[in-house]
Ligand binder design. Structure first.
Ligand code: URA
Length: 243
């Protein structure tokens, strides 16, 4: 890869700006000042310093965000603030996107990456990646609801959901629950509760496949996934529909 392309890809400026950095002697590759913008480097093995600081080549990036309410799960929007707007410039420049959507008012685990292949695998409706949500429900969630969810419920548009595993954490005028589902229909959790005449008043995603929300992340904060978390996602085997 050309050195100017690598540095521009990493967000250190346009190709023209990067060319100037090179000309000014700001770039050192393997202890040698490199001024030629066509210079070929191997990002895996060569050591590149810019203004004396090592440049880490990142191609694929993986972030876990604790999505706050009030922002939308999209890459850009003319009116609304998006989860990508919450990223540092040097992370956003690598063009990551959210893997799936959480509603504007939903909080919690959101994977953000530029790895299209992994995103496709996690989102494919044929694979049944389990996602667990914590929710506060207006009304008393009952054992009968648990049984209904276990069989799958009929949503407002007639769609029969796959079984959901509902766990009641506390039950009263307001109830706290955890629900694990293996699909991602529009507003699915809210609509599943609507189907049993109850309303979700707070929703937070806790897990997606093998990934669990890091509870040290404040709302709106994000961190890079550890290598083993990425590996777990890549090697995650989900049951695929035969038909
Ligand atoms: N189900 C919902 O209703 N909303 C979400 O954001 C995620 C799942």
């Amino acid at each position: 890869m050309r050195i100017d392309k690598m540095l521009a890809n990493l967000g250190f400026g346009s190709r023209k700006e990067v060319k100037k950095l090179l000309k000014d002697g700001a770039v050192i590759v393997n202890s040698k000042v490199i001024k030629d913008s066509k210079y070929q480097i191997n990002p895996e093995t060569d050591t590149v310093l810019l203004h004396g600081e090592e440049v880490e080549y990142r191609d694929k990036i993986y972030f876990m965000m604790n999505k706050p309410p009030g922002v939308i799960s999209a890459t850009e929007d003319v009116r609304e603030k998006t989860v990508i707007d919450l990223l540092e410039v040097e992370d956003a420049v690598l063009e990551p996107f959210p893997v799936g959507r959480l509603d504007k008012d939903t909080e919690g685990l959101l994977l953000i990456t530029n790895d299209g292949q992994l995103a496709h695998k996690l989102l494919s409706p044929k694979k049944h990646v389990p996602k667990t949500y914590f929710a506060v429900i207006e009304g008393q969630v009952t054992d009968e609801d648990v049984r209904v969810f276990e069989k799958g419920v009929t949503l407002d548009d007639g769609y029969e959901t796959k079984p959901g595993k509902l766990t009641i954490l506390s039950s009263g005028k307001r109830s706290e629950i955890e629900l694990t589902i293996t699909e991602g229909k529009f507003h699915q959790v809210k609509r599943m509760f609507q189907a049993v005449s109850k309303q979700v008043v707070f929703l937070k995603r806790l897990t997606m496949g093998p990934l669990r929300l890091d509870d040290t992340l404040e709302l709106g904060e994000y961190r890079e996934l550890a290598d083993d978390e990425v590996e777990q996602l890549r090697s995650y085997e989900v049951k695929e529909d035969q038909n």
